[in-house]
Design a protein. Sequence first.
Length: 311
Amino acid sequence: MPTPPPKPKALAGKIRPDERAHSDLPFDFRYSYSETDPAWRPIGFREPTRFSPFGPGRLDRPWDGAAAARVGEDASGDERSREEVLGEPLSEEEVAALVERYRHSDCSRQINLGKGGVTHNMLDDIHNHWKRAEAVRIKCLGVPTLDMDNICFHLEDKIGGKVIYRSINIIILYRGQNYDPKRRPDIPLMLWKPLAPIYPKLVQNVAEGLTFEETKELRNRGLNSPPLTKLTRNGVYVNVVDKVREAFKTVEVVRLDCTHVGTSDCKKIGVKLRDLVPCIPILFKDEQIILWRGKVRQEHSVSAQCSSRPQ
């Protein structure tokens, strides 16, 4: 019986393409743009840096374990500026009509933004919605909602649209009057989520400016104090920063109850509050966050009280 001829290999299944993908976007590619800071310097990696999440040999940007840095010129000659794509500003009636069309929870043009924040592949998802819709509704949940200004900035900076509506955790992103889907930028997709790099320890054994005994006393006082607020998993935290700032006017230590939130999210919340309030996280234990207002804030509070007293 003659043997059947061998089947030709499918070219679509090639792991390494003949030509690497190229993108003229003028920023470094990261898994998350809103939840990472280029100024953070990792001290180690959980996976070899030679493993690019874009796939082997699929992108002409080298992967360093945290980002794929741009190469060559910032942009090509046929790239249009953001102002050119947005066109003339919308009138109040046009904005109101778009908001009424896209703000409701049953909107079919919705993207859910979770603890990853503004991720790289989300840029492509938004452009896919913009093919057939003038705007997209973005529902934000989890840690990124601590800083909604940061989310709006990266949406406009990385995608080029304009935020025309923002209410609590809901954002409507408008594509622009001169948007052309055929001239959308090339966005190579990440094939998997890269493991987060290893960063320096967030909480030190002894808080800066204190002794070990003073740090221990503050931690015990925080654990025994009533919680300022209780955070839920994938909740909306837009008011937490203001609550902590207000509490620090009268107390030195604040406890946040993060039961069922998760250890990873607790640390992310602590990092954001450290920069936004600002304050010093001194303990993460049993999904409880203990924040200290710091000596500088304490000195300012005492001086303000002294100046407000009648002479």
